[in-house]
Design a protein around this ligand. Sequence first.
Ligand code: ADP
Ligand code: ZN
Length: 738
Amino acid sequence: MAKSEPDQTQLIPEETPETVPVLVPLALPAPYDYLVPEGADVRPGSFVVAPLGPLKYVAAVWRRPEGAAAPNIPRSKLRALVDVLDDVPPLPEISLDFAEWVADYTLTPPGMVLRMMMSASAAFQPPPPRYGVRLAGPPPERMTPARTRVLDAAGNGLIWVKSLLAEAAGVSPGVIDGLVDAGTLVAEPLPDTIARELDPSLLRAELSDEQRRAAEQLLDNTRDGFAVSLLDGVTGSGKTEVYFEAIAQALSDGKQALVMIPEIALTAAFLTRCEERFGARPAEWHSGLTQSARGRTWRAVAEGKAQLVVGARSALFLPFPNLGLIVVDEEHDQAYKQEDRVSYQARDMAVVRGHLGKCPVVLSSATPSIESLVNAEQGRYRHIPLRARYKAAGLPDLKAIDMRKSPPERGSWLSPVLTEAMAETLARGEQALLFLNRRGYAPLTLCRKCGYRFECPNCSAWMVEHRFRHRLECHHCGKFAPIPDECPSCGAEESLVACGPGVERIAEEVEALFPEARRAILSSDLTPRIADLRETLREIEDREVDIVIGTQLVAKGHHFPGLALVGVVDADLGLAQGDPRAAERTFQLLSQVTGRAGREAIAGRGLLQTYMPEHPVLQALVAGDRDAFYAQEIEARREAGMPPFGRLASLLISGSDRAAAESYARSLARAAPPAETIEVLGPAEAPLSVVRGRYRYRILVKAPREADIQAYLRLWMADAPKARGSIRLSIDIDPYNF
Ligand code: ADP
Ligand code: ZN
């Protein structure tokens, strides 16, 4: 800027219409100025194609900070935009506000936030026409049973997506193609399903008294601009039915609504439920969609046609021009924290988005985060409790099994108390679920002769035996290797032993104990395809399964009407990790998973296998004394000045050379500016000290709540040594693990 010649720049008016700041979706410090092609009409938010170096990028026209003048760059030095994408809906002003806010808070270049907002590449190309088929022509000359089924299924006048018609008729897609060739089915453009009208008053549930009171409070708090409600109701209390009322209100007001859910495996059931309630399927948004589906949804949201969107955390960055409600379901869930690229906590950013867009926010959970409960206690959020389950026998009865007193037999992981309870449950024709949050067969494999342990060559972690897939796997970098016949160290044969259980091993034990029972294992590596997972979930719901063995995949949100017993194989697992969030996380996870039992007429119970039944988390679970647990946990955080009573940021330094990474981390820490109230702790080895061959160090920054931790970090980074070579520095504001 300063290099331009002053007399020349005087000639350029303050804000000529022909130059605009443009934000390119890259890690650049700020928008760059470009010349607008003659006759083109752009405004902040318009999408354009901008040249940068030798490449061209789809980018967004941005705006200058308030009161800032156009920079003094001679026009001859500016490059012109290559294209203006008139047919792409522009980002609404609110998306610009939000991007800037998020960039500022997370210390991320704004272009990287824009890049998240644009994560639907197909939206920036002209949408391809989509064709379906309709029964319109004469029947084919040659009829076959398969063709008859298609004609029966096709009905009259309906336009079908080809694959769905094939599925409905139970035929291969080739049969459909054959009927198109024969002129019986005719190809027609598909209607825009995302824009289907939702009916807010279609199927209103008859709310119980408690639910109605909660709904009234919620509507009162969501009626009028920004406010946050914490819908805090036990599992199965009908939180969804209650917040549906708030969605109905937003839709009736002609506004868009967004529901965020933490687990994409749950979307199918949730979409169906929305469809039953509002008469049309909402738009969905998550990483499992095809690029073209993402593109369609992105456009429909930007054009205001998608009224209700159900999605993962990234849905928050969709360009809603007219958002009237955000619901964060299971708001405590760790999945809302994104740690790679731009690190952000989607629950907190939802509140920010609500605030900027004057739109109410509903946080819903049976086990709220400590952060949200404290906000409710301090009056920032409205606390709306639901204490009773809807029409159910009550909350499951939880008991601890003291494994020191009731030990399993050798080579077994289930105590007799638990297996007897399972036998009783099965005898009554009810379902049982065994929960163990560990994938694979065994977490550690070692040689009985020499003590050799299989460790990942890239990570500071053991290789986990996956017996069903016949291999050892690292859960951090994905490296895998066959299970050898002999010890790689001493060469002994048949000396390798698997130590400890994973879900596969529990499934093996269940098979030996209950050979007649129908079993299902739910683990992300065994059901990598969403469609298979959905199918298994449906089988469980429809009681085609007797015993479910699962990882945390089963803990979340499912409604299994036949489930009577939940056995937690190792209740101590999460507590052993010993980080400051261990208690909160374990309490939430175990409440959620045991909360799957006894959802309808059946009385539910949960049995928790533990070696430390005196631990406060287990005590609170067994006593059903949630409030005591939270009170204690909140007090501990307050005393330690930990979030939400203090602020944290984590600086993660990694590099392929240990000494270089460590020495950079030290020089970075030394460069920290002195501050009275802000503590800089470390560097220390990160909790996982090596991942993917990179050595990791961590510096924690701890500040009082009122401190401006971002300003402090900016000051620090401005003068700090730069990371060079293989070394990377990533900053995480409000880290989940601390
Ligand atoms: P939560 O979200 O609190 O776990 P849900 O809203 O999923 O609870 O409700 C649990 C089950 O009870 C669901 O199957 C739901 O359809 C049913 N349910 C809850 N409230 C009602 C109601 N007022 N009328 C009919 N069914 C209800
Ligand atoms: Zn590894």
